[in-house]
Design a protein around this ligand. Sequence first.
Ligand SMILES: C[S@@+](CC[C@H](N)C(=O)[O-])C[C@H]1O[C@@H](n2cnc3c(N)ncnc32)[C@H](O)[C@@H]1O
Length: 286
Amino acid sequence: MVTSQKFGGNWTEEKLNIFTSYLDSYLIALQRQKFKKIYIDAFAGTGEIETRDGEQCLVGSAKRALSSDKKFDHYYFIEADLQKAEELQNMINTEFSQMRRIVTIYCGDANEKLADIIRNVDWRYNRGLLFLDPYATQVNWTTLENVAQTKSIDVWYLFPFSALERMLPKNGKYDKSEECIDRLLGDTGWREEFYKKDPQLTLFDLSPDLEQSNEDRMVKVANPEHIKNYILSRLGTIFPCVSKDARIFRNSRRSPMFLFCFAISNESEAAQKLALRIANSILKSK
Ligand SMILES: C[S@@+](CC[C@H](N)C(=O)[O-])C[C@H]1O[C@@H](n2cnc3c(N)ncnc32)[C@H](O)[C@@H]1O
């Protein structure tokens, strides 16, 4: 099959395996519950992922979700790119025609369409599994708040770690990216968390006529572990339960690319315990 979607890296399959293992266990765990089960793939793609050299094809999240043995009551797919949304629709028409009735595809921005879906579902009678798999910084913090408020959705979020790190220069000159980081992390506290005043004296301090003094010169003090913990603690401010075993995916030079996070919005302790046990055991093993 020809697909417009290209392969992200070696960790792409690892990510999809973790996610679909959880999905399978989720459907088994909820099979005797009275709730309706809803799947939401907010960065759905086409259902197929082609390697950059065009030689290998991976099955993407949408197709994996539709192929699971046990089924959701409804599947929502969101994809911003019209061509990809059409490819996804064609794939469903040909390979899952018997499921078309329970599938809705939206072409548009994930933040907007997800807000519409959340608004139109009665979360007292439904439980949701959400996959947030963006290329970069597309997910707004307000979207995560919205998800958490349903108290009914479990979410796997591929947090764009390297995109965030790129916006945090060592010399503290983050002014061009401030708004984007605030939107991504949902607060302004990262400035104090990741930066400290530069303790080193430079030419500026010895020459009072020069404009920048030691007072306002900042230096980055956060390392990747620190940034990871900060992201998880931010998620913990809106979700009652967040896995500490979030997985860092690295590139071939071992630099962190993405942080794969799992959060539960359900307030029931029993539900949290079960979901967390499943997610953590997958994160530790796969
Ligand atoms: C990493 S890919 C998703 C791969 C997919 N989960 C899979 O396994 O096949 C990200 C997808 O999000 C789409 N996208 C980018 N920005 C978007 C946005 N703001 N809203 C919805 N989709 C978006 C891209 O076109 C791309 O298909």
